[in-house]
Design a protein around this ligand. Sequence first.
Ligand code: HEC
Length: 269
Amino acid sequence: MANQSLTKNVLKKATIGIIVGVILVVVAQQTHFPQIFQIMFFIYAMLGTVVFILLDAPPMKRLEGVKAVGALLAFYILLSGMYVAGASILPQFDPTIEADKITKVLKRQKAASEQGKADELIARTKALDERAKAISKQLASLGGAAKVEVVEETGGGGGAASGDLLALGKEQWELQECYNCHKLFGSGGKKRGPVLDNIGSLMTPEALRDKILNPKSWMAEGFDKQYKKGKMPDKYRDLMFEEEIVALVAFLASLKDTSVETPKPIKMN
Ligand code: HEC
């Protein structure tokens, strides 16, 4: 009779335990816990169920002396063994794998944001370029002379678009440190390259672009020695983005101060 009610009790508690375990797993799934956690939650529910059932077990015989110490040790070893075995059966957390995953995600995000920045710059430059073209077309329709003036008048009547491009170009002049060797607007040129105040009258935008990307393509008259020594750095095609080159060329092409004597460029190769 007592045995029967004991089995009934065990079944009842086991059923409750399993139901609780399943509910935990479902809730964990809904809240997007990783699978390993879902398994852990179920195992905890089962362990709880075992303790719950053990409460009904008949009391053990009282142990004393060496026997009591031995039983305590056995219990300790059993529990430790269960913990160690359980932990090694479960899927392992490997920090290097997790770190790899994180770097992969970050790399993709970084690449995406860098691409985004580059795209934004290109789009901005394109828009500026289009506006500049539209304005110079408009001015050209007003007469040939006006077209020359728009390049000369930086930021003035040329409108915001060409002004912005020229400002970007001037910024490149500073950032790429062209002023170290070239005197412009009366300053710079410590390393004695040619003065460039009137270079826009002497070189076409295409020629200026060639000179920046490939310094051997043109030589400033009277600078044979420096040309042969390759004084002008051959690094801008690697350092500069397309939109930066476009802006710098536009800036140089706008330099048309005929009152400053600027060495004549000679086409080399
Ligand atoms: C380390 C010194 C140095 C730097 C920096 C330098 N240049 Fe030059 N550049 C020279 C020298 C020297 C010459 C003349 C010899 C030659 O043509 O190669 C020259 C020639 C030129 C010419 C032809 C000038 C003429 O009158 O024919 C242009 C245009 C020019 N540089 C533009 C630039 C621009 C734009 C930059 C910056 C992106 C720059 N340079 C940076 C040394 C430099």
